[in-house]
Design a protein around this ligand. Sequence first.
Ligand code: MOS
Length: 707
Amino acid sequence: MEKISQSVVKKDHAPKISGRSIYVADYPSEGVLCGKILHSKVARARIKGVDVPELPEGYFYVDARDVPGDNNVNIVLDDTPVFCRETVEYIGEPIAMICGPDPAKVEEIRDACIVNYEELEPVLDFRSADEKFFDYNFGHGDVDKAFKEADKVYEEEFETGYQEQGYLETQGMMAEPEEGGRMFVHGSAQCAYYIHGAVKRVLGCDSDGVHILQDVTGGGFGGKEAFPSILGCEVAVAARKCNKPVRCVFDRREDMEYTSKRHPSLCHYKAAVKDGRVTALDIDVKFNAGAYSTLSAVVLQRGIIASPGIYNVPNVRVHGWAVKTNTTPCGAYRGFGGPQTFFAIEMLMDHIAADLGKDSLEFKEAHLVKEGDVTSTNGKYHFPVPVKDMIEEIDKACDYRKKRAEYKKPQSGRYRRGIGMSMYFHGAGFTGSGERDLIKAVAKLRKYKDGRVEVLASNGEIGQGVRTTFPKIVANELDIPLDRVFYDHPDTARVPDSGPTVASRSLMVVGELLRRAAIKLKEQWADGEEQEVEERFKEPDFLIPFYLDKFEGDAYPTYAWAVNAIELEIDTYTGRAKVLGAYGNFDVGTPADYNIVLGQMEGGFLQGIGYASIEKMEYDNKGRIRNNSYSDYLMPTTKDVPNLKCMLHVEKYPEGPYGAKGAGELPLVGATSAYLEAVEQALGGVKLNHAPFTAEDTLAVIEKEGV
Ligand code: MOS
């Protein structure tokens, strides 16, 4: 094992495990107003007015009229308001915030507010929704010709549902007016500088007029990429009006119903097959964006880039669109569009293989991309593709081929078994030209007189370990003990903008900047002096530049690869599936810390299994999310997967620190198709095309097919 990979105790382990960490809800309440949001109760309406009860002394009603700057939250497009405009567009949309010292009184006032709605017809069915937020087309080859020349054409539609991040800590932000008029906003978040950009615009002040601190954060998984910008703006506007600190912490139901989750998808695939090979793919990917566009552009881009899977198909045409419905805006969730399209392509390959009388693994292997091949966007796989070896490693770990052949034989009796496999990538880092054109990351190291070194960067610890791995990299290069290097939670007043904590980019991109900075610092090291060094992102030379308008070039510099196998047993009486073994082989390059990376792989894989099997969330015919608690939204616990085996296959990336690539998101992306392939096999070879696939779904198949 490389020296850097040797595991250490996480820097935030002791305070977290002992309960000493201060989360946003833990700051003393003395002098702090409690803010509660008046949410829309209807999916679409014109607001004619709000009858607000008489406010006692010290209580405030805050709405769009109180926004000093622009009533737009800076995300991608300018459509998300801080507080609603003349209309509300989804159930839960913030109309106002009630603030005051006593939470119970605030709630009483909020519940006594009477909103006069002029109800409008909402758009709820995303199958028929056609108002597009984003619409992309790209491809290569001659798709029409390939379809004309095909021996056989396949056409199928795949559907996936919502997935809720289910972080332990709900969304929460706090704003405190400081002397001189500066606004201090802090809370549970992934991207301090995103909030900074959003709040300064909403308050109408310059960059120095506001600073943002990421507090200790109880999980993000993408759910705290954009939403904290919205909530951060709301508390900042409220604090400005009340001229007092204001804190708003969501309860679990609010969080589940009204904050972003994974986009439901509908993927329509057409495939041409000639001489036993897929020669063309014509793909239509539709995401339900919800009421505002928030991060749908980037989620959709990642989803459609991955839509042909990891297969070499010479002719590809892709259309992706994100449509508006009057429902909670969807956003980032670990995997960022990949889980939806990888599910579709993996199931499609499996179904074509079955039709051709081949096993799905053999069929997929015959189509695998390799180093030097062209990507879906006419970029290039610049580095070795280790998937074939990874398949062999999985086969060795769980006897995949043998079990696959055995479970294929007709089964009878109450319990039936199946095993399935998926193979996929996660593009490492930000999609497209974002890193080069938008983020332009800067990271710094500050050495103090006593020889301690501080990491100055804006990437937040969200459980993925950056508070530990960043200092590990620096200590390793400087060859000093790890306890001499530290990384505090980022405050935009103190740290440069090294970009958001997203897209599995932090370690690979910012970690490398820090490694280079440490080399520089070592060269200049002067005992007893305070010193500072800085590194800026530079795009690697080998990249084929990506242009979003043409949707062409290297969407990612490199890829993290994975092969998953899931073995399960179905109880045909209850429909319940028991996972007998989940085997994940992950190539995220060199692990910056073996235990941290393995923990990421296990947690992500388990989230993927939940997405595949039990995590079902829907809205009713009024547009209201029905599954708003952990008793009606099931997530896997440790008890649900007794046998989870993850391994690391290391294919180094020369531009990442010590060969590291993006890691965090990869393990969630491919569980669904491995799981459903296994279910298909246990049910005697049926073809399935939607996820999650619950016990109820299994029973429905059993009833219909007479399995
Ligand atoms: Mo992430 S899903 O890129 O916040």
